[in-house]
Ligand binder design. Structure first.
Ligand code: PEP
Ligand code: MG
Length: 589
């Protein structure tokens, strides 16, 4: 007898980006762009319509570009110049007229005609060696993609507008999009792209919502309204779960939540090892409001305030008073705890207005301090705001992505200049601010002994330090297997930085995601970290693990880890020596 057929349960795997379990209806945000373009014939009577469809998409692309240009901050003039050149390309004969000709002559759909026109242009550019003209070829591709998005009706959903309780499924989510997630609506998310330390997954952990990234085919196999389970802890997705699977996951979800709550209840206790060493555990934040979550989870201050999110997704960069008010809000909530304000780390994967500067290697490009030193007016505005907020509490300033001694000295000069301006204007500020540098570019780690005399503290940013040392894009799932904080190469760099900090008697902090993973704690204790900073949700577990470790034992343990050849060897060593202790302190039962 033929019965009612239940949809088949499918399991997909990816990278665990943010722990926890959520169950709900999927909401597909986008597909994988417009790579697959189909060719189909248009009857003679439909040709005019097809040409109009193309013209309309070009008009839409133009008005979209106009909006972006109008909203581009003047500091990004170079960027808007590129966009203006895109406007011209939209009217270019090579692209516009040729596409219309192809529709007419070959009686094909507009998408196919545009694709053909673009490949013709590209083949003309191929033999040209002039780098300027080569860049124009890239512009042609970008412009045609913009038209194509309108032609095929594929447009990203505005995440802030979603008004149902759903689980997002997307090819990719930018950090700016992720930061707009409304916790009352979005239960979790799944993406095809991404890795454990992509900014998108960092934000998911800060928000405390389960997320799995690097799930190949997610946007093809999952449809809007499918019931899915996101197991962020295991990096697993179940589509159309059976009754039995649902019940099992509901139980696990309940256990996980109640364990998390029980650990959170004791998170106010200090992170003191069994032999009496106290380590400060702090929180990383992206938005001022998150300071509450740091306090609720037992954080002893802000070890990293990523300030760039106040600059993303908005038409105008914030002014000095806007910034000052935001920073003071944070400081006033924790007036006696340190608040580490990192200067603008814009670009890389955190591009302005969701667009890129059209760099071919954004993470190796005009990012963070490099951008700030080229845009002194933007940098000065932020530095003055930080110095003013520092009058209200224990503020530290932290410079990101420094790769040379010169950059550090130039940044310090900029800070001095900001002090002078405030002094002259008679505005209250704190001259005695503690100055730190992110150790996240290998060149700086290697030069740590030259840098140490110039700063009050090092803050190790392992997310980038690993990315740049191992040559592994931190957001690329295909090379995620090479991204391992316990790789001996990383441990050696960390050891050198730690020895240097101790020799020069400066404070040693870590604010990269390595600090928030309990499995790494024996190594970090062995390295003698003075302070660890992590996303607020990780604080209770980290403190719980630290309370079960003996600091004295971790020092010889680190020495043996440093003798290993592979990351796997180090992992085995940690598992053998500390596996049970860590499991006990971090999981239910
Ligand atoms: C890091 O690189 O480790 C870091 C903390 O900075 P971000 O993740 O913002 O690049
Ligand atoms: Mg970084």
């Amino acid at each position: 007898m033929l019965g009612h057929k239940e949809p088949k349960e499918i399991v997909l795997t990816g990278i665990s980006a943010s722990p926890g379990i959520c169950i709900g209806k999927a909401y597909l945000v986008d597909r994988e762009g417009v790579d697959v373009i189909k060719r189909y014939m248009i009857p003679k009577s439909g040709l005019q319509n097809e040409k109009n469809r193309f013209k309309k998409s070009v008009m839409q692309a133009k008005s979209e570009l106009n909006d972006i240009i109008a909203n581009t901050h003047e500091g990004l003039r170079q960027h808007s110049d590129i966009l203006k050149s895109h406007m011209l390309l939209l009217q270019d004969k090579m692209l516009f007229d040729r596409t219309l000709d192809i529709i007419n002559q070959e009686r094909v759909n507009a998408e196919w005609a545009l694709k053909k026109a673009v490949s013709k242009v590209m083949s003309m550019f191929q033999d040209i060696s002039d780098p300027y003209l080569k860049d124009r070829a890239i512009d042609v591709v970008h412009v045609s993609e913009r038209i194509m998005l309108h032609l095929s009706g594929v447009n990203s959903v505005n995440i802030a507008d979603i008004d149902k309780r759903v689980i997002l499924v997307a090819h990719d989510l930018s950090p700016a999009q992720t930061s707009q997630i409304n916790l009352e609506r979005i239960k979790g998310f799944v993406t095809v792209r991404g890795g454990i330390t992509s900014h998108t997954s960092i934000i998911a952990r800060t928000l405390g919502i389960p997320a799995v990234q690097g799930v190949a085919n997610a946007t093809i196999q999952i449809h809007t309204d499918d019931i899915i389970i996101v197991d962020g802890s295991a990096g697993r997705i179940v589509i159309n779960p059976s009754e039995q699977t649902l019940v099992a996951y509901e139980e696990r979800q309940e256990k996980f939540e109640s364990f998390r709550a029980s650990i959170a209840r004791i998170s106010y206790r200090p992170a003191e090892t069994t032999d009496g060493l106290r380590i400060r555990v702090m929180g990383n934040i992206e938005q001022p409001e998150q300071v509450v979550s740091v306090m609720d989870n037992g954080g002893e201050g802000i070890g990293l305030y990523r300030t760039e999110f106040q600059y993303l997704s908005r038409a105008q960069f914030p002014n000095e008073d806007d910034l000052f008010n935001k920073y003071r809000d944070v400081v006033e909530v924790m007036p006696s705890a340190p608040v580490t304000i990192r200067t603008l780390d814009i670009n890389g994967d955190k591009a302005v207005n969701n667009t890129t500067l059209m760099e071919s290697n954004p993470v190796l490009g005009l990012r963070a301090i490099r951008y700030c030193l080229k845009r002194p007016e933007i940098f000065q505005t932020q530095l003055r705001a930080i110095l003013r907020a520092a009058a209200f509490g224990d503020v530290r300033v932290l410079f990101p992505m420094i790769s040379t001694y010169d950059e550090l000295m130039a940044s310090k000069r900029m800070l001095g200049q900001a002090m002078e301006t405030l002094e002259k204007s008679g505005i209250e500020f704190n001259r005695d601010i503690s100055i730190g540098v992110m150790i996240e570019v290998p060149s700086l780690a290697i030069m740590a002994d030259m840098i140490a005399p110039e700063v009050d503290f090092f803050s190790i940013g392992t997310n980038d330090l690993i990315q740049y040392s191992m040559a592994v894009d931190r957001a690329n799932k295909d090379v995620a297997h090479l991204y391992n904080p316990l790789h001996p190469a990383i441990l050696r760099l960390l050891k050198f930085v730690s020895d240097t900090a101790k020799a020069y008697n400066i404070q040693l902090f870590m604010c990269g995601e390595m600090a928030g993973d309990p499995f790494n704690l024996p190594i970090l204790m062995g390295l003698g970290m003075d302070e660890l900073s992590m996303n607020p949700q990780s604080i209770p577990m980290a403190k719980n693990v630290i309370r079960s470790l003996s600091a004295a034992e971790t020092r010889p343990f680190l020495e043996s880890a440093l003798k290993q050849t592979t990351a796997g060897d180090v992992e085995n060593l940690v598992r053998d020596a500390y596996g049970d202790i860590i499991t006990q302190a971090t999981s239910p039962e």
